[in-house]
Design a protein around this ligand. Structure first.
Ligand code: PEP
Length: 251
């Protein structure tokens, strides 16, 4: 499978700033880029960014989705609306939502299952806090988050799933995990995926990416980790030149 590099723009850009960044990326990215590239603007920027990238290889993703198709759910967004705006991917269970907004494993599961049913491909975020790592619980936490998100979820045909391993303490800190720890955690996630899906699905439909203070140097160092298929990038993804450098190094 192709490597994938995903930009999580968080709540950092208003719609016009998002469109400008998308235009810059379209200009800067090589015409034939061998990694899949996805940008995830905030909901209000999806339409403008979608228009800016429509003739390029860059794909559109959202940062969250609700698990119902429609109804009295004030402030939520349905999978169908995101599909209508051109989204192919959706980030689910980012630690900023799990920690700051009380998103539970069950909610992450509901969102991932509904997204797939409705034609969106989930980027499911998992990762331990500093305290959990310090107490030797990193592997157990990530295994629990992954299996509870995906148990009972089916992938068929060309449906794609991305697991983003993001140690919470490494996000936005300028300090990524060590290569050795990344290797170990990616291995744990690969094993956990085999507890949930058949080998053919894990090999053909699922990619594991790393997120947490990724820059071009980290991308180059981590690029050859076994079973690692790319990166989820936050801060550096809203700077066109930095994001393009990461994409180039990730192949
Ligand atoms: C993220 O928010 O998913 C992320 C990885 O952020 P950063 O790259 O800024 O650490």
């Amino acid at each position: 499978m192709k490597k994938i590099v995903i930009g999580n723009w968080k709540m950092m850009l208003a719609p016009t700033a998002g469109r400008n960044l998308a235009n810059d990326l379209v200009k800067l990215l090589p015409a034939k880029n061998s990694a899949e590239v996805v940008v995830c603007p905030s909901f209000t920027a999806l339409e403008l960014v979608g228009e800016a990238i429509k003739d390029s290889q860059i794909e559109l993703g959202a940062q969250d989705v609700f698990w119902q198709d429609s109804g009295a759910y004030t402030g939520e967004e349905s999978p169908a609306s995101l599909v209508e705006l051109g989204c192919q991917y959706v980030i689910i269970g980012h630690s900023e939502r799990r920690q700051g907004l009380g998103e539970t494993d069950q909610m992450v599961h509901n969102k991932a299952a509904t997204a797939i049913e409705q034609g969106l491909w989930p980027i499911v975020c998992v990762g331990e806090t500093y305290e959990e790592r310090h107490n030797g619980k990193a592997e157990a936490v990530v295994h629990r988050q992954l299996t509870s998100a995906l148990q009972g979820v089916d992938l068929v045909g060309s449906e794609q799933l991305v697991i983003a391993y993001e140690p919470v303490w490494a996000i936005g800190r300028g300090q990524p995990i060590t290569i050795a720890d990344a290797q170990l955690m990616v291995q744990i996630i690969h094993q956990a995926l085999l507890d949930v899906f058949p080998l053919t699905i894990v090999q053909g439909n699922v990619r594991i990416v790393y997120g947490g203070s990724v820059n071009a140097t980290v991308a180059q160092e981590f690029a050859n980790i076994e079973h690692l298929a790319g990166f989820l990038v936050g801060g550096a993804s809203v700077k066109a030149d930095q994001f393009v450098d990461i994409i180039k190094q990730s192949i």
